[in-house]
Design a protein around this ligand. Structure first.
Ligand code: ADP
Ligand code: ZN
Ligand code: ZN
Length: 834
């Protein structure tokens, strides 16, 4: 019947081209999609849909939870559009101001809204898609056709109604269950059911109380005591209840049980008797225990002057840089601002490097602000994260957090403090969004009309220049509180020391003598070495074999303590080989040294000293970290050897000597910020010495004592250092003189990375000319099995030019990734690389 066919085709074409009005809403999905997605809104959802609520939506046969980012609008369309499946929230979880920040980050850092959503929301608010399967009922007709596995699946499904993939694995007692499931789907006996499951469940606690009708009656109490007369247990429980009941006349059941030293069954019996009622209620995980707040000591005269200067600076500037040497009282000044703002019921965001959040500073602020503090850090569990996220909507709070806390749903943000503003951990490296939380905080503040205080003992060159050019206000305190002097710094020339036989292992005699002297005086020492593990290279001098990573172009670091060699980039590890795997030579050489080797060597040289070590290997968890801090601060250790970890946010009263084992390593990084970082690190480590009572001492061992950086560190000559560093960047044309984008092109096959890189660079060159460098291979060409090629873009400091360049950078990325042969090429764009 040819006529019918034609008619059907004709009608289909008509329907397809038919224009109609639909109600539509735009949604951000947690995927790296270039734009928002549109969905149809059914009649029943229209009144409940609101900006910032999560909705369940389909994409390519999967379900996702996305965020509604606009109003419902009506539009004439002629293409098929999928509907919203459900609304997941009663209250919005993202505010319009948050979304404004997301949009700025996406455009400035060249990333997608979905990538931002992934870091901005706590894990439990992003729903997971759990595959469930269900089956048809009349499968028994097909039993003859089924394998054993297939039969077992069908039987289980028919009994239980539905199964997860995990259930199927359990039933069949094997991992690979997809083939059987696929066959059953092909036979049309099974269906896959995609279902979103809300993971976050608020915590519930059992409370007990007197029955409401009696609660207020005096006589009831006498009656109750009569009722429990015969049971000692019940009487104790009653007394404990009276002791613990709160202003709502309720008490936490677990608390009553504990105080009365009875079992839960005692309470149960009392509920049965009608003495108590029991109810499960949601309690916040964040309710801090009440604690005594400490009185603040008054500001010193100098601090008072600086506070006035800061307030004046805010009259003309939204952002002020506070350059205060270690121990000058920056934190004390922050507290002044925080107090005033919290009293007005407004909010303060206090940003810190992650590691500093686990230490003394949080305790110190808790003593002042008690339960007004919310601390957002990576060690919180998933439930706590959600509660904290939601709590950030209330005013009168101080929110303390690492870089990702800029994504909180603030309601009344008035002030942002970025402490240690120079710290590299404010910049997210991988994955996208590669944002800098310090710079983003300034944009966030702008959205709220709030003020920003950047604080550091060693500001970044960027902020220093901004302050000198008048873009930021500037206040400096160059005196320690209590007027302890900054430590005296002594250089030890390693070349000389080796020549004159004045070295014992990696320690100069000067350093060893100074350490013994301090220990005798009952004081403590910090030793800094910027490398963990035992030694970075294991090699054979007979055949030139080296222990190398199979995923990266790098050597494996020896970890004797774990009896392993490990890759510090990808985590690959192997047992420590007893002899050369290539030629059998039993005398393998360990080149270089890390903190672990220092500890072993120092124990030999100073057997009576109590030595501890703090690095990523010994302080991986919060507990391990706090244990070491506790041991050192309670003087159970004389010497603490550590990596960068020892430089941040610590304040030990008895530390009078700091040793830097090998300063040259700090200067040798192939990075335009190497000198700046070395200056900051040395100054920060030095700041750990002699903080309270006595002038401390720092001993720096180096092969190149003539390097001008040491003069600056010794004289604490900030002006001198920044001036020289600025001139250097001017000469070599690097940020902050210009703006930069670093682009990495990656692929598992070397030639594909190379070809894609060449093409990408060529396309860019045609549009932006000399601003793009030639394609180059990074110093470690392969990481985590990916070969890499790079280009570096330098742009004039001009917003229009920057925007245009970023447009091309993204346009050509898409173009390359859509062209044949390059679909699996990864191109990472890093704006303002750090
Ligand atoms: P920074 O943050 O600049 O390193 P801090 O605010 O931590 O400086 O102050 C350094 C030390 O001096 C701390 O131990 C602090 O308790 C103490 N201190 C600072 N200002 C005062 C003050 N006005 N009164 C008493 N102690 C102070
Ligand atoms: Zn060998
Ligand atoms: Zn590796």
């Amino acid at each position: 019947m040819p006529f019918t066919w034609q008619l059907i085709l004709y009608l289909r074409a008509q329907i397809k081209g038919l224009k109609r009005f639909e109600h539509i809403v735009d949604v951000v999905l947690p995927l790296a999609l270039p734009k928002t997605m549109s969905y149809r809104v059914g009649e029943d959802f229209r009144s409940q849909l609101e900006f910032g609520k999560r909705v369940e939506v389909p994409l390519k046969n999967k379900l996702y939870s996305g965020i509604v980012v606009g109003p419902v609008y009506s539009k004439e369309i002629d293409y098929p559009i999928k509907p919203i499946v459900s609304i997941l929230d009663e209250q919005p979880i993202v505010t319009k101001k948050q979304y404004d920040l997301w949009k700025w980050i996406a455009s400035y850092y060249c990333c997608t809204l979905g990538e931002i959503m992934s870091v901005a929301l706590p894990g439990n608010l992003k729903l997971y898609s759990e595959t469930k399967i269900t089956g048809v009922e009349d499968y028994e007709d097909h039993i003859a056709d089924l394998t054993d596995d297939e039969y077992m699946i069908m039987e289980a499904v028919s009994i239980q109604g539905e199964l997860s993939i995990f259930n199927v694995q359990e039933i069949l007692n094997k991992k690979s269950v997809y083939p059987a499931i696929h066959t059953l789907i092909d036979k049309r006996l099974l269906f896959v059911k995609e279902e979103l499951v809300e993971k976050f469940k608020p915590k519930k606690h059992a409370f007990i109380r007197f029955p409401t009708q009696y609660a207020e009656q005096e006589a009831w109490l006498t009656e109750v005591f009569d009722k429990v007369d015969k049971s000692d247990h019940q009487r104790r429980a009653l007394l404990a209840f009276i002791q613990h009941k709160n202003k709502n006349n309720e008490a936490l059941k677990s608390l009553v049980v504990k105080t009365a030293a009875v079992t839960g069954s005692v309470i149960k019996a009392m509920v049965k008797k009608g003495i108590f009622e029991e109810e499960k209620k949601i309690v916040s995980r964040l309710e801090a225990e009440e604690m005594d707040l400490e009185m603040l000591s008054p500001l010193s005269v100098l601090q008072q002057t600086k506070l006035t200067e800061l307030k004046q600076a805010y009259e003309n500037h939204d952002t002020v840089l506070l350059h205060g040497i270690t121990g000058s009282g920056k934190t004390r000044l922050y507290i002044e601002f925080i107090e005033e703002i919290l009293e007005n019921g407004r909010q303060v965001l206090y940003l810190l490097p992650e590691i500093a959040l686990t230490t003394q500073i949080v305790e110190r602020l808790r003593k002042v602000f008690g339960d007004k503090i919310l601390v957002y850090h990576s060690k919180l569990n998933a439930h706590e994260r959600v509660e904290l996220y939601k709590a950030a909507k209330t005013g009168g709070k101080l929110i303390l957090g690492a870089r990702s806390s800029i994504f909180m749903p603030f309601s009344a943000l008035d002030f942002i403090i970025v402490d240690e503003e120079h710290d590299a951990s404010y910049k997210q490296q991988d994955p996208a969004p590669r944002y800098n939380a310090r710079d983003t905080a300034i944009v966030l503040a702008n959205i709220f009309q709030a003020k920003v205080l950047l604080g550091s003992a060693t500001p970044s060159l960027e902020s220093w220049i901004n302050a000198k050019e008048g873009k930021y206000g500037f206040v400096s305190i160059l005196q320690r509180y209590g007027e302890t002097l900054l430590p005296e710094i002594q250089l030890v020339n390693l070349k000389d020391a080796y020549k004159k036989n004045k070295m014992r292992s990696y320690f100069s005699k000067d350093l060893l003598t100074a350490m013994s002297d301090e220990i005798v005086m009952g004081r403590q020492i910090i030793l800094f070495q910027n490398r963990r593990g035992f030694a970075p290279v294991l090699q054979c001098d007979v055949c030139a074999w080296k222990a190398e990573c199979r995923n990266c172009d790098t050597t494996l670091t020896i970890h004797k303590y774990f009896d392993e060699v490990r890759c510090h980039y990808c985590g690959f590890r192997q047992n420590l080989p007893p002899s050369c795997p290539s030629c059998g030579n039993e005398h393998l050489r360990e080149a270089g040294f890390g903190t672990e080797k220092l500890e072993v060597e120092l124990k030999k040289l100073m057997p009576e000293a109590r030595i501890g070590r703090m690095d990523y290997d010994t302080a991986k968890t919060k507990n391990q970290y706090e244990k070491i801090i506790y041991e050192f601060s309670s003087h159970q250790l004389d010497i603490l050897i550590g990596t960068q970890m020892v430089t941040k946010g610590l304040d030990f009263e008895k530390v009078s000597l700091v040793g830097i084992l090998n300063a040259d390593k700090l200067l040798a990084f192939p990075d335009f910020r190497a000198t700046e970082r070395a200056f900051q690190l040395m100054t920060q480590v030095s700041g750990r010495a002699g903080r309270r009572h006595k002038r401390g001492k720092v001993i720096v061992q180096t092969f190149s004592p003539a390097h001008p950086i040491f003069t600056d560190v010794i004289n604490t000559d900030y002006e001198g250092f920044y001036k020289r560093e600025y001139e250097e960047r001017n000469k070599t044309v690097f940020p902050p003189i210009i703006r930069a984008i670093e682009i990495t092109i990656k692929h598992k096959k070397q030639h594909i990375a190379q070809e894609a890189g060449m093409l990408y660079r060529e396309l860019l060159y045609k549009e932006i000319g000399q601003r793009v460098s030639a394609l180059f291979t990074p110093s470690i060409p392969r990481l985590r099995t990916y070969y890499m090629q790079k280009v570096f873009i330098k742009m004039e400091r001009d917003a229009k030019v920057n925007a245009a360049v970023k447009k091309w950078v993204q346009y050509f990325r898409l173009k390359i990734q859509n062209s044949k042969g390059f679909k699996s090429v990864r191109i990472n764009i890093d704006v303002d690389p750090y």
